[in-house]
Write a protein that binds this ligand. Structure first.
Ligand code: EPS
Length: 346
């Protein structure tokens, strides 16, 4: 139902997104979009770029008097740090980054030509689009939030801060795990009928598309591997007026690729940022001699920001599944269909 394309380089004019397929009749408050962009820029351990930028969304199309028309929405987030044509060449690819694989794939001779697009700056567009999807989901009572669960293996708040401080002091970087939760999602989004219609498959692909993500798990996730079935499946209950419900939620709100009415719970692991101020071994792509990897201004820890981006990719997957289930043209029609369905499944 929804289609998304993004464009833009980290130090180009700006980051853009086109979101096609949003229904007509949704009131868009740009302040809410900007609030989400601000959240993406925050978190302890962010680098110098976030002091330069104050991301704001310009919605260039798809609205009249702040209401969606059903036509494509184009979003632009301008870069203040726009100097792509003046930046020095980069010769020694960073282990862990797209630098080397991108060079080989596209036949380029300057790592900068890879890293400008292969930059997490692109997630400003993801979050802009996610904010629009959240506004749609809110019309149906669906809310999405995230939190950091651990940094460098530490899961107390103080431990996490200490770990980031340690990385800052050692001029190193650190990753961690975050959790994203969607509340009040109706049962019935997604489908087992085709692999690409499974809600778990769609939302995992979205989260895995965020730069630096190395693992995604839903509900109990890897924990399922160490338990008996009788210990982990969520028994089914029914109450008149409330409908079907569970007392546990190991499934993370999804069974058979379909939402089951419980909270959707996803966790993901973000690797440490791969720009290291004490760089690892690399090779100069021009001389082919051993050299240390290039250094760039970067962040120390972006796990909190990655959680905000993941909220956006989850919002996109849920909005897409919601429109598939209830219709996609007009908010009024979708609400009517949603209300009738909710009544039927009680
Ligand atoms: C980012 C902007 C980038 C990086 C970071 C995320 O800006 P710059 O390269 O000018 O410092 O800070 O990107 C990466 C860490 C990466 O590896 O791509 C942003 O807007 O989030």
């Amino acid at each position: 139902m929804l289609r998304l394309l993004t464009a833009g380089e980290s130090h180009g004019r700006g980051i853009l997104a086109i979101l096609d397929g949003m229904p007509a009749g949704i009131k868009i408050d740009t302040a809410l979009v900007n609030q989400e962009l601000k959240r993406r820029q925050a978190g302890f351990g962010r680098g110098g770029r976030m002091k330069i930028e104050s991301d704001r969304a310009q919605i260039l199309s798809g609205l009249k008097n702040s209401r969606t028309l059903g036509s494509p929405l184009a979003i632009l987030v301008e870069n203040k740090d726009f100097r792509i044509d003046k930046m020095a060449k980069v010769m020694c690819p960073r282990p862990g980054h797209a630098d080397l694989s991108g060079l080989l794939k596209y036949g380029l001779s300057d790592v900068r030509e890879v890293l400008e697009r292969a930059s997490a700056r692109s997630t400003a567009a993801t979050v802009g689009v996610g904010a629009l999807c959240k506004i749609l989901l809110k019309e149906f009572g669906i809310r999405i939030m995230s939190r950091v669960l651990s940094i460098g293996g530490e899961n107390s708040r103080i431990g996490m801060i200490e770990k980031i401080k340690e990385a800052i002091d050692n001029k190193d970087t650190i990753g961690g795990i975050f959790e994203v939760v969607a509340k009040n999602v109706p049962a019935g989004l997604g489908s087992y009928a085709q692999p690409d219609r499974r809600l778990d498959s769609c939302l995992s692909a979205g989260i895995m598309s965020i730069p630096g993500i190395k693992a995604v798990e839903i509900g109990l996730g890897l924990g399922y591997a160490v338990s008996f079935g009788s210990e982990v499946h969520d028994a089914i209950y029914y109450k008149k007026g409330k409908g079907y419900f569970r007392k546990t939620n190991n499934a993370g709100g999804i069974e058979g690729g379909i939402s089951n009415g419980e909270d959707i719970i996803v966790r993901a692991c973000m690797k440490p940022i791969c720009t290291l101020m004490h760089p690892l071994d690399s090779v100069n792509i021009s001389t082919k001699r051993s050299s240390k990897a290039s250094t760039e201004r970067s962040d120390i820890c972006v796990v909190e920001a990655a959680g905000v981006v993941a909220e956006s990719t989850l919002a996109f997957a849920l909005a897409d599944a919601l429109l598939e289930k209830f219709g996609a043209d007009s908010l009024v029609d979708i609400k009517r269909s949603f209300t009738a369905y909710k009544k039927r499944i009680l």
